[in-house]
Design a protein around this ligand. Sequence first.
Ligand code: NAI
Ligand code: MG
Length: 493
Amino acid sequence: MNDHAPSRTTPDLLQRPLRMLIGEQWVEAASGEVLDVENPASGEVVAAAPRGAAADVDQAVQAARHSFDAGTWHRLSGVRRERIMLRLAELLEQHHQELVHLEVLDCGMPISLAGKAIERGVDGFRYYAGMCTKIYGVTSDISGPRADFHAYSRCEPAGVAALIIPWNSPLVAALNKLGPALAAGCSVILKPAEQTPLTALRLGELALEAGVPAGVVNIVTGLGNEAGAALSRHPDVDKLSFTGSTAVGKQLIRDSATNLKRLTLELGGKSPVFIFNDADMDKAIPRAANAIFANTGQICYAGSRLYIQKESFDRVVAGIADIARNMRIGDGFDPKTQMGPLISEQQQRRVLEYIDLGVAEGAELVEGGGRFGESGYFVSPTVFNTTGKTGRLTQEEIFGPVLAAMPFSGLEDLATLANDTDYGLGAGVFTRDVGNAHMAAKLIRTGNVWVNFYGGTDKSLPFGGYKQSGWGREGGQDGIDAFLEKKSVYIRL
Ligand code: NAI
Ligand code: MG
């Protein structure tokens, strides 16, 4: 177990100007412009990152293309690539406290949450290091009438891959994509969110130190509609893996049509949680509260719609409101903090607007409902009773600590309620009845269902969304397939 306490000294990364990684060079943006990096717990500017744009993206894509065409990475043996990836995993662990420090400073996460998330992220990276030696196709005797063939399929890296990630758990998001991309043999350009460039840049330094050849990992910081759009439109990017909003996901489909990039999209959600009367309430209530309040609701599969079987409705709502009222809100560096700030002033405004909207739609505000504190981008954990109300509060992704609670009857209306949304990412079911649990898991159209707990993923299983929650899957074999092309070879004997 790592000690999640932050390093006492300011991380070295913040004592020098931040630079982007292109090929083997650490560079400023071609324009010389920078973007401020804020600590969301205070609003203070803690660093300035290059404002990379089209010209910088072009350089990074060329560096990735060059390394890919030269085969500096994908032509290494699986064992060599695995060794380098494992070395990177070790370096990430050696620098754990520093990375946790950067993450808490950058996105405001409570320190224990950041520590555990990064530990799990590195475990996931190791899982994919192990896949380097397990990529192969099939041999076939041919199904057609002639038997005198030898045929086989090959798995080859997709090529140059752009990885565009969000700000809600930045290092983990980077590792989740970098692991399978590198295992598959791709050369990559990683673009962190403009709000959170710090851990991605440190990851780039550690990747070089671990022995990843120059040009295989490039890192461009900058705005979504500048650096991000340049990547998704670039004709020399073969594969694009994105995590973020559904609106941007749709834009990427349009922009990547230029050269029909392979796309993986991990998008938003409005995930339902169902609590049956027979659930173990001592566990169900805090876990349902955590489903929406963890990371200040800034989780793609946050359990933002809570359905409670009628007879238990008042008890569960009171229990969750109680947890919300007593939650310790504050700076992520304080080890007692349970909920940190939202990422930015913009997100704070957006969440407060949704709260106003909920009130305007006639929902009953049970707990919270406003800004918290004088500085920083805090919002109080908020609980609405939305019984009998349908509207944007119960349909749209808020990405903040705002829960909509309403009753359900039982298995008979569960599927209709669960599936009454454009999204399909996650769902939770709390019950002691095994039949109800499995039946619910079958009826709910989401990529993930958690029973008697909520959230969390494992690399052995696919992760992704139905409907407008995305295209494709990360995790497991699917995660690596997303960075591979398959080729069939026929030999006439
Ligand atoms: P976003 O989807 O705009 O940003 C995510 C990433 O996409 C960032 O790296 C950003 O720079 C990049 N990006 C933005 N526009 C782009 C474009 N046109 N082309 C290429 N890349 C682009 O998310 P944003 O605006 O920061 O947050 C707004 C809402 O999106 C949140 O309130 C939440 O509802 C949702 N969201 C969902 C996430 C998830 O994990 N499902 C993560 C982040 C945001
Ligand atoms: Mg945006």
